[in-house]
Ligand binder design. Structure first.
Ligand code: FMN
Length: 177
């Protein structure tokens, strides 16, 4: 699978089986994460947490559900057996904004590598509001002091086969000048 094929194969998985992610797969995902472009090469501003503790994953889910009791989805982690949490150093203004953009690049690398490995994945931002406000959960996830979690790549095995994206250059409006 070349890189474009992996990008097209990457679809958001919202139904994971209980099959765990292997240590080898986690290592591959971390290699991909660490290859991401990072604004101003501020590698110090990004911190990752690999979360496979079912109690912690359930705790994050419970916090998100408690924060949004009206939400129809009671399993915003979709039973994923693993999550790679991306946290950024809290800095003001454009630098802080840049760290969040770097985090998105880290996320995409993880998601594309998951596709390459035949794993399902989904970019989770919805649960971050609740998680970032919960000091105990952040401590359990080993989010460093002065950092805030901004996204989590939920990874695992998809319960269903997901259709790859069609190869198109027309999804986004694109001006040529
Ligand atoms: C910044 C960002 C935040 C997202 N947050 C969530 C989320 O909290 N929960 C979720 O189920 N999907 C989330 N997604 C996944 C998008 O809904 C998904 O990428 C989009 O619907 C396109 O589908 P695809 O990923 O299969 O191409 C997020 C994606 C991005 C890029």
């Amino acid at each position: 699978m070349n890189v474009l094929q992996a990008m097209l194969a990457r679809r958001s998985c919202r139904d994971f089986t209980a099959e765990p992610v292997t240590e080898k797969e986690i290592e591959q995902l971390l290699l991909a994460a660490n290859a991401a472009p990072v604004g101003m090469a501020r590698f110090d501003a990004i911190a990752l947490s690999v979360i496979q503790d079912p109690a912690l994953l359930s705790g994050i889910e419970a916090a998100a559900c408690a924060a949004a009791p009206e939400a129809a989805n009671k399993h915003p982690l979709y039973h994923a057996p693993a999550g790679i949490l991306v946290s950024v150093k809290q800095e003001e203004g454009r630098t802080g904004e840049m760290h969040r953009m770097s985090a998105a690049c880290v996320m995409e690398n993880i998601l594309v590598e998951a596709a390459e490995l035949g794993l399902g994945s989904v970019y989770l931002m919805g649960v971050m509001a609740a998680l970032s406000q919960d000091a105990a959960l952040c401590a359990a996830a080993k989010v460093p002091a002065g950092f805030v979690p901004v996204a989590m790549a939920a990874v695992g095995h998809s319960a269903a086969e997901l259709e790859p994206h069609p190869a198109t250059a027309e999804r986004f409006a694109c001006a040529r000048v």
